[in-house]
Design a protein around this ligand. Structure first.
Ligand code: NAP
Length: 247
C-alpha cells in the first residue's frame, strides 16, 4: 500500500484529496494545524470505508514540527510514496502598502518555506540516490502565481510564484532519482480560505468573470492532484494543471 502525506488536510482541498486518495488505495496521512476534530473526522470517514489513515498535527511553518511529522510517518508506515504540499494561508485582503513584516513572515513561512522543507524530507526518503523507491510530489499553487492578486494578497501570490519556481527547478533536479514534481493551480474553489481572506462571498462576487460561470469544488482539484500523484502521469514532471474554470 502506498503512503500519501497531505499537508493541511483537515478541510477544503486537502480533505478532499485525502478522501479521494484513500478511495484510490493510498494509506493517507492527514496533517492539520489546529482543528484536531475536523482532521479526526476525515480519518474516521476513511477508516469507516475500510481505508487506512492517521491524523498528525504539525505546523508546516516550523521546521521542528515538519521533522517530527516525517519521523512519525516513518514510524507508522515505514515508507513514503507521495507528498502533497497543500497547506496554505491567506492574509486579509489589502494593498501591499498596508502589509507588515509579521504578516509576510506567516505567509512565506507557511506557503513556501514549509513546502521546501517538506520536499527536502520527502526526497531524503523517496530518492533512489538515498536508497528510496522513488515517488511523487504535488504542490498546490494558485492562479494567484499568474495574476499576482493585486488589491487582495500580493504576498500570497508571490509565495505561490515561488512555489511554481520550486516545482520547475526541483522537477529537473530529482528527475533521475525516481521522483516527479508537479503542481496544480486552482482558483475560485469553494472552501473556507476565502473567509480567512475577509470575504466569504468572494466566489459569488467573481463567478460572472469565470468562463465556466461557477466556483469549483475541492473534489475537482483533488482529481487533478491524484492524477499527478499517480503512475497515470508517469511522463509528466515540472508541469502545472490549472483548475480555474477557464480563467
Ligand atoms: P482551507 O480550506 O483554508 O484549508 C487550509 C488547511 O491548511 C487546513 O486543513 C488547515 O488546518 C491547514 N493549515 C493551515 N496552516 C497550516 C500550517 N501552518 N501547518 C499545517 N497545516 C496548516 O484551504 P483550501 O482552500 O482548501 O486551500 C488549500 C490549498 O489550495 C492552499 O495552498 C491554497 O493556497 C490553495 N488554493 C486554494 C484556492 C481556493 O480557491 N480555495 C485557490 C487557489 C489555491 P487547520 O484546519 O487545522 O487549521
Amino acid at each position: 500500500m502506498k503512503t500519501m502525506l497531505i499537508t493541511g488536510a483537515s478541510r477544503g482541498i486537502g480533505a478532499a484529496t485525502a478522501l479521494l486518495g484513500a478511495e484510490q488505495g493510498y494509506a493517507v496521512v492527514v496533517n492539520y494545524l489546529k482543528n484536531a476534530e475536523a482532521a479526526g473526522q476525515v480519518v474516521d470517514r476513511i477508516v469507516s470505508k475500510g481505508g487506512k489513515a492517521v491524523a498528525i498535527q504539525a505546523d508546516v511553518s516550523k521546521e521542528k514540527d515538519i521533522l517530527r511529522m516525517f519521523n512519525e510517518v516513518d514510524r507508522i508506515f515505514g515508507s513514503l510514496h507521495c507528498l502533497v504540499n497543500n497547506a496554505g494561508v491567506l492574509g486579509r485582503q489589502t494593498r501591499l502598502v498596508d502589509m507588515d513584516g509579521q504578516r509576510l513572515e506567516r505567509i512565506f513561512s507557511t506557503n513556501i518555506v514549509g513546502p521546501i522543507l517538506c520536499c527536502r524530507e520527502a526526497i531524503r526518503r523517496m530518492s533512489t540516490r538515498h536508497g528510496g523507491q522513488g515517488g511523487t510530489i504535488v504542490n498546490v499553487s494558485s492562479i494567484a502565481a499568474r495574476s499576482g492578486a493585486p488589491f487582495e494578497y500580493i504576498d500570497y501570490a508571490a509565495a505561490k510564484g515561488a512555489l511554481d519556481s520550486l516545482t520547475i527547478g526541483l522537477a529537473r533536479e530529482v528527475a533521475d532519482e525516481g521522483i516527479r514534481v508537479n503542481a496544480v493551480r486552482p482558483a475560485f474553489i469553494d472552501t473556507d480560505i476565502h473567509a480567512d481572506g475577509g470575504e466569504p462571498g468572494r466566489i459569488d462576487r467573481l463567478k460572472g468573470t469565470i468562463p465556466l460561470k461557477r466556483g469549483g469544488r475541492a473534489e475537482e482539484v483533488a482529481e487533478a492532484i491524484l492524477w499527478l500523484a499517480s503512475d497515470k502521469s508517469s511522463y509528466s514532471t515540472g508541469i502545472f494543471i490549472d483548475v480555474t474554470g477557464g480563467r
